[in-house]
Design a protein around this ligand. Structure first.
Ligand SMILES: Nc1nc2c(c(=O)[nH]1)N[C@H]1C(S)=C(S)[C@@H](COP(=O)(O)O)O[C@H]1N2
Ligand SMILES: [Mo]
Length: 306
């Protein structure tokens, strides 16, 4: 089912929305397109690599994607997140883009959806807990929003902040974490074409438990970098604090690139459990996106900069 011979050029993005069944068929094809698109700025047109890994990775069923979730604002129990998130209201919603930019602006979610064409991207998601999924997202590259914001010359990092709504998010009553959830990327990581602002999955708007109405997806980093329920994007000149780094700096570094040779202090990262599979599979460097992102870390010691 996921090995199709239909050339990408014969699939138009709109066909993806016909139905979930058609979406799944189209998504297998789109995966190749997404990878080629991702490579476009760095590969010459004649030597685009064959996206073999994408085409053989089976999509994780929607039921699993929406019932096994990390979203600590609701609960630390993955199966409890979905039911608790039913009371969350993803509308109305604004995203404030500011800090070190020449064109700060607050966007209503409807503006973002209208302004930036929504693309399909099938990505692997690798949680730091050593499980993984394959998810067909819809969204748009963060780089397009940053281009519109016009980073000032002093900008080096991007800070992301999640919604703070303890009345709807019972986990935010926990004193063990510093709310709201925050994350950060270096500006060049944020500008990489793989870095996506996702607004949907499986051709539907994002379910609440997956971060409605808008979340980040950074597929070469551990899942906790892919912050959900974003209300603020701020350009800064210094490395932003992040929730997990503040909670346990030795276990959760700022970079948190998927790396099979750097173990978590309490477990190995050499292999992982793909949800829906029995045998463990080897973890891939940068979660399999090495060609697209290795240039970001040239000359860096990734054991020190974990
Ligand atoms: N705001 C917020 N974003 C978050 C989290 C969270 O607890 N709060 N959990 C992260 C973790 S640990 C993972 S693995 C992914 C899970 O995304 P999914 O539920 O859509 O698969 O979301 C990440 N984004
Ligand atoms: Mo995670």
């Amino acid at each position: 089912m996921f090995r199709s011979n239909i050339p990408t050029s014969e699939i138009t993005p709109k066909e993806v929305y016909l139905s979930r069944r058609d979406f799944m068929k189209a998504a297998a094809v789109t995966a190749a397109g997404a990878l080629l698109a991702a490579c476009a700025p760095r590969a010459s047109s004649s030597d685009a690599p064959a996206p073999a890994v994408e085409l053989t990775d089976t999509l994780t069923p929607l039921e699993d994607v929406t019932s096994y979730n990390n979203y600590y604002e609701f609960s630390g129990d993955k199966q409890a997140v979905g039911p608790l998130a039913r009371n969350f209201h993803p509308r109305p919603w604004d995203v404030e883009v500011g800090g070190l930019v020449n064109n700060p602006k607050t966007y209503a979610i409807e503006d973002l959806l209208a302004k930036f064409p929504q693309e399909e991207r099938v990505y692997r998601l690798r949680c730091v807990e050593a499980w993984s999924m394959v998810i067909p997202w819809t969204g748009f590259p963060l780089a397009k929003l940053l281009a519109e914001a016009q980073p000032a010359s002093a900008a080096r990092y991007v800070r992301f902040v999640s919604v703070l709504r303890p009345e709807e998010m019972p986990g935010q009553k926990s004193p063990f974490y510093q709310w709201p959830y925050q994350e950060g990327l270096r500006l060049d990581e944020a500008m990489n074409d793989l870095t996506l602002l996702a607004t949907g999955l499986y051709g539907e708007p994002l379910p609440n438990q997956n971060g409605a109405p808008i979340r980040l997806v950074v597929p070469w980093k551990y899942g906790f970098k892919s912050i959900k329920g974003i209300v603020k994007i701020e350009l800064t000149d210094s490395q932003p604090e992040t929730l997990w780094n503040t909670a346990s700096p030795r276990e959760y570094g700022f970079y948190s690139n998927v790396n099979p040779s750097v173990p978590h202090p309490r477990w190995s990262q050499a292999s992982e459990r793909r949800i829906g599979e029995f045998a463990r599979r080897p973890t891939l460097m940068f979660n399999g996106y090495e060609k697209e992102v290795a240039y970001l870390y040239e000359g860096m010691d990734l054991k020190l900069n974990y």
